[in-house]
Design a protein around this ligand. Structure first.
Ligand SMILES: [Ca+2]
Length: 513
């Protein structure tokens, strides 16, 4: 494919490179516009899905092949920056007026910030494995916390290696040995970022950076100027007391420590002139490590910050407000690398959205909560405005992850519950039996404290969401709650962990034939 000669005469080499980049960017934008037009003008029944994939791959290939000299040099690098337990509201660019996240804020300002991005699970390893496989947790065989990736499953680095990529991950994996072995390189030391860049040589690279911030436990003094407990934002489902505020300030400090590390990486990438053609993606694996957040299907558990930065494709200051699911990240990364996403992946590439935020997003996003210290079988569907949740184990209070139920915030909440000091919304976490279904109006009730499922005014909305959730479960081969059961290893009332087994075996009499 020829893009016509560049007018090199009378230009300095720097001017020539700049002009060349401008031409390449114009071509890229034109191709993306064709993709968007194609997506917008046609609907695709199943029989045409393959044709669409082929055409899409061809366009992406042309995009990549057209970028000046050798293909290897022009394939974008991809760096995934994944926070461990960071809530979607706890960043400056997502509206927190106090927390200090200047580097992440600048990434958002220089690229695309997705304001309604959702995880497929509010749990650590199930969420990560879902993202890496491009499948929903119940399709991976690793839907419970600490369950390793099965040997038969393929994840992003395997696909990228076949396309010439050098792949690695830093620090936290949490996807088990069969996941780890699919990367070329690994280090536990975040300072080895430059070692990875050096070792990638002339290859395009894929690096997964698994921060351990802001996961508990918390140390004091991790940043030079700690956040003040007086100024943190206390969500209404927590008790606003001294202990909880101090706990939140520690959490903020660990987010800022991660932000500082990201700032160092950006400096290194700039020094090496790698920013322009590197797709940086930042998000969190699950919600904040506080009661009624991580481990729940409320937005505090499944909504994530999500930022894309890729100057050669994404314009500055883009904000995307339609629904986005992390199920789309694996196809996006593969498509960016010129690799056709395999049919077994459930999501679709977001490349068209990255270049044009006016492209329509998903109508629904789906999430699930399975074993995480306590067993649950919960499924959710969320539209732009409403959330519907199904609960299978309704006889007990909601199971809380053990790291949270050992926290000062939980202790405050629990003690106030025992003395009848909580508001009805704050007390919800300890209530049993639970209703088998929940419905929330996110527009009027963003913290999901008012269950509308029994309100006759919402019968039709609940019906539509219930039907679509059932369709999704059937289409993705979800298992039933009756199929198997794991014992809890943490007490739901006291929060005390009574069994140190990371992942207890299934109860024998709960297994189907
Ligand atoms: Ca996590």
């Amino acid at each position: 494919m020829s893009f016509g000669p560049l007018e090199q005469d009378n230009l300095t080499s720097d001017q020539f490179i700049l002009k060349g980049k401008h031409v390449v960017k114009t071509i890229q934008m034109n191709i993306f516009q064709h993709i968007n037009t194609f997506n917008a003008e046609f609907t695709f029944p199943g029989s045409i899905k393959m044709a669409r994939r082929i055409l899409y791959s061809l366009l992406i290939y042309l995009l990549l092949a057209g970028c000046t000299a050798g293909e290897e040099q022009t394939k974008p690098n991809v760096i995934v920056l994944i926070a461990d337990d960071a809530g979607y509201q706890d960043f400056g660019c997502y509206g927190n007026p106090y927390i200090r996240t200047p580097h992440i804020d600048r990434l958002a300002a220089g690229g695309l910030r997705a304001d309604n991005a959702f995880l497929t699970s509010p749990q650590c390893s199930p969420s990560r494995i879902s993202i890496l496989t491009g499948k929903y947790p119940h399709q991976t065989g690793a839907e419970d916390l600490h369950a390793p990736l099965p040997a038969t499953e393929r994840i992003i680095p395997t696909y990228l290696k076949q396309a010439g990529y050098f792949t690695g991950y830093l620090l936290k994996g949490h996807f088990g040995p069969y996941g780890e072995e699919q990367f070329d390189w690994y280090s536990r030391d975040l300072n080895d970022f430059t070692v990875f860049l050096d070792q990638s040589g002339e290859h395009p690279f894929f690096l997964w950076v698994g921060f351990t911030d802001p996961h508990r436990p918390y140390d004091k003094g991790v940043i030079a100027e700690p956040h003040s407990p007086e100024k943190v934002i206390v969500p209404p489902y927590l008790l606003d007391d001294r202990a909880t505020r101090s706990d939140l300030a520690d959490y903020y400090d660990h987010i800022t420590r991660m932000d500082n590390q990201i700032g160092q990486y950006i400096d290194i990438l700039r020094e090496r002139a790698l920013m322009e053609n590197t797709l940086l993606i930042f998000f969190s694996d699950n919600g904040a490590p506080f009661p009624r957040a991580k481990g729940t299907l409320y937005d505090s558990g499944i909504k994530t910050p999500m930022i894309f930065h890729w100057p050669s494709v994404i314009g500055e200051g883009y904000v995307y407000r339609d629904l986005v699911s992390v199920i789309d990240l694996a196809p996006t990364i593969l498509a960016a690398a010129g690799v056709e996403p395999p049919q077994i992946m459930e999501g679709r590439s977001l490349l068209n959205i990255l270049s044009d935020p006016s492209v329509t997003g998903r109508k629904f996003v789906y999430s699930e909560r399975n074993w995480h210290n306590c067993d649950e079988h919960m499924r959710s569907i969320r539209s732009e405005r409403y959330k519907f949740i199904s609960n299978a184990y309704i006889g007990f209070p909601h199971g809380t992850p053990a790291d949270i139920s050992a926290s000062p915030s939980w202790k405050s909440l629990r003690e106030a519950y025992d003395t009848g000091m909580l508001s009805p919304g704050q007390a919800l976490l300890f209530k049993a039996p639970r209703l088998p279904e929940e419905l929330y109006d996110l527009e009027n009730d963003p913290y999901e404290l008012q269950n509308l499922i029994t309100d006759p005014r919402y019968t039709e909305i609940a019906h539509e969401l219930r039907e679509n959730l059932a369709l999704w479960r059937a289409a993705t081969g979800d298992f039933s709650a009756e199929e198997r059961r794991r014992p809890d290893n943490t007490d739901r009332y006291s929060g005390i962990k009574f069994d140190q087994k990371k992942l207890p075996p299934f109860l024998p009499d709960s297994l189907s034939d």
